[in-house]
Design a protein around this ligand. Structure first.
Ligand code: IGP
Length: 261
């Protein structure tokens, strides 16, 4: 079993357990169900920098990145830095995140927030909305076309944006459908952890213009973003490069200033 299979097997158990403890109707009583979501796709279309800054304490590829920060401070720092959006890891076992992180980030900022999670069930989409997310991630490597359709259509019904993540041409071909807003190319292979920005560059021409293109992972320089922009990418998801520092907001701010200079 590769790491992605393991994560998904654990996630199925976790979701089954949660469903037995808190029903969808209970989730739907959250006052955040009434909140109007902010579109990340729209924000990216209008942004110069296109930075989506991530809160990530640890990861299977890196182990510990930064365990000692308050997610509210990180969220405020990213928003003050001029990040276009924020991504919050909510997986606990492999990434050290939680739904509390999501709701605390929500309380701290008004920029669009992506729930970064391994979504395999409609339950997790209602949960995303109930805890204040604006956007959900769907990962093509772990979903069938039918599942992508059902999940993305539910997200749209709840007013959420959908970022669909691919890593190769087959995943991209199987996934294209109108209920997606953004197409993300993950430069990291989630099965082997290999990272190459070439993945984004190679796949970009196969992504139709109606989707906002996002390049994800392994981005650590302004120069890399300038290159990716030439391939029509408008969004750039950056985690470790900011999170490995003592003050991710300050690093994001310096990065964005340099990019916009
Ligand atoms: O820390 P990085 O290399 O900047 O990567 C951020 C983000 O792209 C990465 O965390 C990520 C992209 N897709 C995912 C899917 C699940 C978990 C994590 C991810």
């Amino acid at each position: 079993m590769n790491i992605l299979d393991k994560i998904v097997a654990d996630k199925r158990k976790e979701v089954d357990l949660k469903k037995s403890l808190i029903t969808i109707s209970q989730l739907e009583t959250s006052i955040l169900m009434e909140r109007t979501s902010i579109s990340l796709a729209e924000a990216l279309r209008q942004s110069n920098s296109g930075i989506i800054a991530e809160h990530k304490r640890r990861s299977p590829s890196k182990s510990v990145i930064n365990q000692g920060l308050s997610v509210q401070d990180v969220a405020k720092g990213y928003a003050d830095a001029g990040a276009c959006g924020m991504s919050v890891l909510t997986d606990g076992k492999y990434f050290g995140g939680s739904l509390d992180d999501l709701i605390l980030a929500r309380a701290a900022t008004n920029i669009p927030i992506l729930r970064k999670e391994f979504i395999i069930d409609e339950y997790q989409i209602v949960e995303a909305k109930a805890y204040g997310a604006d956007v959900i991630l769907l990962i093509a490597a772990i979903l069938s076309r039918e599942e992508i359709k059902t999940l993305s259509e539910l997200a749209k019904k709840l007013g959420l944006d959908v970022l669909l993540e691919v890593h190769n041409e087959a995943e991209l071909k199987k996934s294209l459908m109108p209920s997606l807003d953004m197409l993300g190319v993950n430069n990291r292979n989630l099965k082997t952890f290999e990272v190459s920005l070439e993945t984004s560059k190679t796949l970009s021409s196969n992504i139709p213009d109606d989707f906002v293109k996002v390049s994800e992972s392994g981005i650590s320089s302004v120069e890399a973003i300038r290159e990716l922009k030439e391939f029509d990418f408008q969004g750039f998801l950056i985690g470790e490069n900011f999170m490995k520092t003592d003050n991710p907001g300050v690093s994001a701010s310096g990065f964005i200033k340099k990019l916009e200079a």
